[in-house]
Design a binder for this molecule. Sequence first.
Ligand code: SF4
Length: 333
Amino acid sequence: MIESTYDQEKYRKAALKAWSTIRKNKIEKIRSENESLEDYIFDIDSRKISYGKFHINPPLIKASKLTWVEKGGVGKELSDGWALNYAIGCTHACRFCYVDAIHKRYGERRAGPLVNKSWGNYLYLPENIEEAIEQTKWEKWKGIEVMMSSTHDAYIPALAATTRKILEKALEAGVRICLQTRSPLSIKDFPLLSDYKDQVRVQVSIATMNHELSRIIEPRVATPDARFNILSKAKDMGLTTGIIIAPIMPSLKIRPSPSDDLEEIVKRVSLLKPENIYGECLHTRGSNITELESMLGESISMGNFDLVMEKKFHNELKKYGMKGRWWKEHRNH
Ligand code: SF4
C-alpha cells in the first residue's frame, strides 16, 4: 500500500516525538548517574566500530573539489586545491557530516560492505599505506597547500600514528599542510609541526559551546573546551592557527539561542585571535538533516537562518577587532 505524503509526515512526527521522549529520559538518567555528560558517549558506543582494509592508489594527495573553484568546487580557502584523505570512514561520527553520503554513493564496490553501516561505525584503513607513502612523489607539491583531511579527521585514534608518518614525509619535502582536526591527539605532533612553521596551519572546528548539544551532534569528538585547548597549544608553539565555526545550528529545544551560542564562541575565539576565522551554518547534505532530527528529537527548520547568522558572525567578530569569512550555502559538493 502506498502511503500518502500526509501519512508519511504523520508517522515521521510520531517517530520524532517518541525519540524525543527516549532521548530526554536518557539524558535525565545520565544526569542522575554522572556529574556531567562530558565523558558519556551516548548510544554510539565505540565498540560498535567495524574495521576493514582497502587498497589505496598513490599518490596520497589528490585534487580537491572542496577547495578548487576552477573545478567546480566551493573555494573554501582550505588548501590550494588539494586534499590528503587516506581512510574511508571517520569514527568521530558527527551527525551533521555529509561524507557518509559520498561513501554510500560509491557503495560496496570501492571498499566493501561495511559502508552500509551507520556513519561513524565503519572505518576502512589502507592495507598498503607504507608503500603508498613511499610511492607518493611529495616534492611535486612543494610549496603547495594541501588539506589534511576533508573526508575524515587525520587524528582519530586509528589514524594518528600513520598521520605522523605522512606528515614527516610531506613536510620534509616542502608540502604545505592545512591540518583540520577536532582531535587533541594532534597536540603530540606539534613539536614536529613547529619545525616547519612556515608550512603549517592548524585549524579546529567548533559548532557550539553547549556541551549537551555537542555530545549529541558530535558524540565521539573532544569537548569544545578541549578543542580550544588544541588551538591554544598550537599558538604556544608558534603555529599559524584557524577556526571554523560550524555548522551553526538553528534554534533547538536543547539550545534555544544560536545567537547567544555564537557570542560565546566568538568570545572564546577572541582570547586566541587565530589568523583564520571561518563560519558556516548547517546545510543539507545527504541525509544529515534527517539524522540530526532523529538524534535531537525535533524538526530542523533553516528559513533565512544563513543570512541572519552571516550578519551576526561579522558583527560579533567586529566587536573584538577580528575579521572572518562566511561560507554561504553552496550546493555543488
Ligand atoms: S570529524 Fe569531520 S569527517 Fe569526521 S565525522 Fe566529523 S565532520 Fe565528518
